[in-house]
Design a protein around this ligand. Sequence first.
Ligand SMILES: [Fe+2]
Length: 187
Amino acid sequence: MAIEAWYMEESEEDQRLPHHRNPKEFVSLNNLADLGVIYWHLNAKNYENDEELDKIRKERGYNYMDFLDLCPEKMDNYEQKLKNFFTEHFHADEEIRYCLEGSGYFDIRDKEDRWIRVWVKQGDMIVLPAGIHHRFTLDTGNYVKLMRLFVGEPVWAAYNRPQEEHPARKEYTKNFVGNVGVALEAH
Ligand SMILES: [Fe+2]
């Protein structure tokens, strides 16, 4: 089963709800790829001895690995942390997450700055490119176990929007959003 993604309805309701538009507007894997988002579905029960995972890690240089276990019982200030994850930001490197248990939402901005909600469940592994605006939340299941991968020593620094002059943001805009800004400036 492929990953599910959809355009979000803007709403002040609980961020853990699906926030579908009415009618629902789904987003394909190709649309996600156009934004630089890469996806695999792997066997999460076998992550310790998974040749497919090993191959991806080798090819992409993901030598660093650790785990995040997120749920109210294991975290102090769960509600506050949930809000912090939900602050729109980007990174200077890829954000690579592999869902081993539970589920959650990665929200990413499309080229027109609309929110796309990507529902990550057991076995889903996604790569968000450097410079893409995004945020994360758990869903109403309130549990996710994620594997984090990184090339070399991890840097988790987040740049909250807006920081359009940051090199990673400029590079992302150039590669995936196109020269919309340039065309506007020319007029
Ligand atoms: Fe992030």
